[in-house]
Design a protein around this ligand. Sequence first.
Ligand code: ADP
Length: 458
Amino acid sequence: MKFKRVMVANRGEIAIRIFRACNELGIRTVAIYSEQDKYSLFRTKADESYQIGKNKGPIEAYLSIDEIIKIALKKGVDAIHPGYGFLSENPEFARKCDEAGIVFIGPTGYMMDQLGDKIQSKIVAKKAGVPTIPGVERPIQSEEEAKEFAASCGYPVMLKAAAGGGGRGMRIVHSEEELIPSYHSAKSEAKKAFGIDDIFIEKYLEKPKHIEVQILGDNHGNIVHLYERDCSIQRRHQKVVEFTPAISISDEKRKAICEDAIKIAKQVNYRSAGTAEFLVDVNGNHYFIEMNPRIQVEHTVTEMVTGVDIVQAQLFIAQDYELGSKEIGIISQEDVKPRGYSIQCRITTEDPANNFAPDTGKIDIYRTSSGFGVRLDGGNGFTGATVSPYYDSLLVKVISHGRTFEDAIRKATRSVKETTISGIKTNASFILNVLNHDTFIKGTCDTNFIAENPELLD
Ligand code: ADP
């Protein structure tokens, strides 16, 4: 089926990113927006936009499955792209789109059932012969069970929400005394965030690196990887700066991790874009942690080095094209050859001087950078825009591309410095400190880098 109209069931920068991809392919774009997003920039970037969730809260509006599908049907939409967050990992939404005869741009509901849950995805990885972090792959039922599991894994352990995301429902536990309070707090945090409070346990790795692999799969059984990203620079388990290639791992390790990502994708006959996430421990062993069955915030760096437009690849795949075919610009494994280095910096409205509390209010000046080697994927920022407290604090993604890692750092630094945003606080000074830190320049940061270097906040 050739798409004429695509709806994006999302907002902000990712909605704009998807509209652009559709635009270039001559596909008409349809936005939905909440009451609180009435004046947001993203909706004006679509060819048509419709308000949803009139009597609902700002988040709930974007989760109104039946209403979204109803509007899509009424407006003759062929397919829905869910972006990231909101309904992107909701198998019920994927199924309901299918039932309504609308193509869901992503994996099937069944694939999401297999991979969306962290426990399930570890089971899939094990079946595929891919190493996972030692732990117990079922939800803990009682305090006693929690103690037994932890004792069998050995402290420190990590408690994790099966439905987890965004670093929520996760606790590091160093001793038995901490275990029960952490178990209950992780459980209640998970319940609040995801509506499901299943918690499991695994060994806590000290100072790992987070390396993930971009995957594309089509409806014809072809699976291709677009190499790896290093996402170790995290604050409270949330990514801040991402880059590719991961320069601190060997070529053999890169190959092994990419091959393992393919094995997992093959195990479920994966379709569309997805990311297999791994942790690499201090001894260089890698372990699969989870699969994100959707487009990710940091997909951009992979696009910069491979030249593959991942969102357009999703659109092609959803229209039944085959990976490797001429119509979609080939994209076969042999054809994917990364070139150069790319870094993405997430500029947010978080104030480093105030424990990264998100700032809100009117933007007085919004002047972004441009020039050689720089790409900006923006959301709702412009001079005069109002940043509301209702949604995530991402303002603009500054993405650089250079011939060497140093070149990519210089271009990112120049671009962040050139960006002027006033009237609202941002984390720009913090990002500049990260980019110019010796460990970052060496490319050897592990996931504790930010926590261990408080001077980054100065
Ligand atoms: P989420 O889905 O909430 O983002 P992930 O499972 O992707 O959670 O993990 C996010 C981050 O948490 C990882 O990149 C890593 O920094 C940390 N983490 C997760 N599991 C472990 C573990 N077993 N040991 C050490 N760190 C971990």
